[in-house]
Design a protein around this ligand. Sequence first.
Ligand code: SF4
Length: 123
Amino acid sequence: MLFYWREAERESSREWTVPRALTEDFSAFQRCMKGTNAKHFNRCAALKGRVGESVACSIYASRPSPCREFSASLENGVRSTRCDEARAAHGLEPLRRSDWAGLAVPELPPGTRPAIPGEIPAP
Ligand code: SF4
């Protein structure tokens, strides 16, 4: 999980800072989350729990930008192929709408997607 090194530096222009202790140098301009630079057993140091049972990011509010750009399948009412593939790599089924029960996820008719703020509706 690579990101620009300054994301782990406190800056007044940003509301969050990736905890530096959970990161390591990767290149002159990049850091990565500890545990994600291994060739075989990749597991982010910030991930707590057991995959397939119950897991969570322990630094969710301070996670790096690549994690912020990744949406879970149906999180916003849209299926994520990358999420489905990542789950399949761990032997897990794709997320279903019912997995989001009790959470604020819009119910959309098949083939539709949530409106994008500022979008002009189709006629
Ligand atoms: S979301 Fe959290 S646990 Fe997952 S890779 Fe990012 S920092 Fe690690």
